[in-house]
Design a protein around this ligand. Sequence first.
Ligand code: MTE
Ligand code: MO
Length: 264
Amino acid sequence: MENQSNPNEETKKDLTVEQKIKRRNFISFSTFFVLGGAAFGGWKWLYHAPEETAGITAGARKPLRRALNKTELFFRKFYSNNHLVKTYPKSMAAKNVRVNSDIGIDDAGFKPENWQLSVVKSKNDVLKVTMAEIKALPKTEIVFDFKCVEGWDQIQHWGGVKFADFIKHFKLNEQAKMPYIGMETPNGEYYVGLESESALHPQTLLAYEMNDQPIGLEHGAPLRLIVPVKYGIKNLKRIGKISFSNDRPRDYWAEQGYDYYSGL
Ligand SMILES: Nc1nc2c(c(=O)[nH]1)N[C@H]1C(S)=C(S)[C@@H](COP(=O)(O)O)O[C@H]1N2
Ligand SMILES: [Mo]
């Protein structure tokens, strides 16, 4: 036994102290990422797993839910709002941008030139904003991978005003401290609810351009939401009204059973 040399031990001995430290750091870092990845994967699976509604495990559902909500809060911080979504060069943006659905934007009589955005500041105080006022604000562009829950994605190029800049300019900071923001089409037929932190994320835009051109009616003219930290369902086309609240605003697809958070 004593004479048998372990080939691994041999190579380790040949390393300098500095190399050994580097090696150890590399191993602990890799372990951290592998375990972290597994934990996140497990969380995603659990989060999307169907709920138990009957049978012997039904009673265990509540405490599990409570634990998941804590976990959700943790991952929200680390995986959605504190990271930037990957961006691409303009040359990679799709020229034929997919049109997905038109709930709330199919009324024939809609005139984009008469449109105004309503911002509900408080019960009896509604701010009206014109397209000219929005276009006068600094323009931000983004090229990112737009993802629909139905399973398609496409690299798209959008331009508009950062929602955070819009809030600052119109002095809506107090309102935006509320945890939720609701947005809906002018006819109220499609509506989304967002955590304010997702709306205020540095890549969230009130968009009026696509591929350097004014966006078409089918993509939500004159103004639509681009919120890259969320799936397509939250990217409201043709915004008519914005409001702020302490409770989750109504959300079209959440009412149909989709995940309310719908984060990426
Ligand atoms: N008003 C409105 N906004 C909407 C929708 C809709 O049906 N109506 N569909 C959503 C969904 S599911 C997706 S994937 C995107 C599609 O945007 P696009 O048609 O510009 O690709 O818009 C979102 N915003
Ligand atoms: Mo979608």
